[in-house]
Design a protein around this ligand. Sequence first.
Ligand code: CUA
Length: 342
Amino acid sequence: MANPRVIRRLASILLGILLAGCVGAPSSLAPASPNARVISHLMWTIFGIAAFVFVVVEGLLLYAALRFRHKGGNDIKQERLPDQIEGNTRLETSWTLAPAVVLAILFVISTIALYSVVSLPDPAAAGNAPTVHVQVIGHQWWWEFRYPDLGIVTANEYHVPVNSVVRLTVESADVIHSYWAPQLGGKIDVIPGHINQTWFKVTEANTYSGQCAEYCGAEHAEMRFTVVAESPEQFQAWVKAQQASPAAMAGEAAAGEQLFMKSACIGCHTINGTNARGQVGPNLTHLASRKNIAGGVLENTPQNLAAWIANPPGVKPGVKMPNLGLTPDQINTIVAYLESLK
Ligand code: CUA
């Protein structure tokens, strides 16, 4: 018999290793939006039901194993066999019906939760909160966010005001993805040729991370995004800044702008108010205002941006942005321009 203290210690080490994987990750069990709360409640309800069933079934099993265990002797005599109950209609009906009832209850509560996750809340129930519409477009392997009512297009990071209902319409530019910000609601399929809808409403200014949750090719795991929830005043300031065209460039940034406009970059990227009108890659009009680049993989620093432009497939194998073979000087000049796009 193993020492119980050793077993306890081993169990705590294993549990520690297992839970270490959760540190810093956005958790659906730390919901920040009403529909995310519905999912979290559903999880705990189902966990409770499952735990109850587990305790009852395992309890009966243990009871039977201990109470009716074989006590000494090598011969199992005929009279010690349990009663044979084959064909007992009442027993067979009840152990078929009981799991069916449990599954029916799970089906009903899950379906109710599903609808409240995707259906916009009744305006009165939401305290007549203002609504912000954000169009979410999944690309291999980055996220585009458009505000059709505000004329803003951005990528991999979007801002929302607290206490507003944020309505998301979700679509794809290529393959099937899944939009998922665990603290703000459920996963929503991102399907080519079809528009899905979901929503969220946060009360606390914070930064929430999300990620693609459906395998969509080589860089599926590197398809992340950030939701910045801020006060309505801060949000309005962000909107104004995003709506503005880039300021006139000077010095190295101006040289970088010239180089950029002559390069292949403009075939894929848009920068408002310039000749760059490509539609394949992220809109870079306010690139410098974003915290991350390359689909949320790299922090937005001049060094990282230079490394990214120098060799995109080296950072993200399979990425559609090619290595343009620019010299280090040319790259630094372009970086000076892009990092001026506040
Ligand atoms: Cu997009 Cu996985």
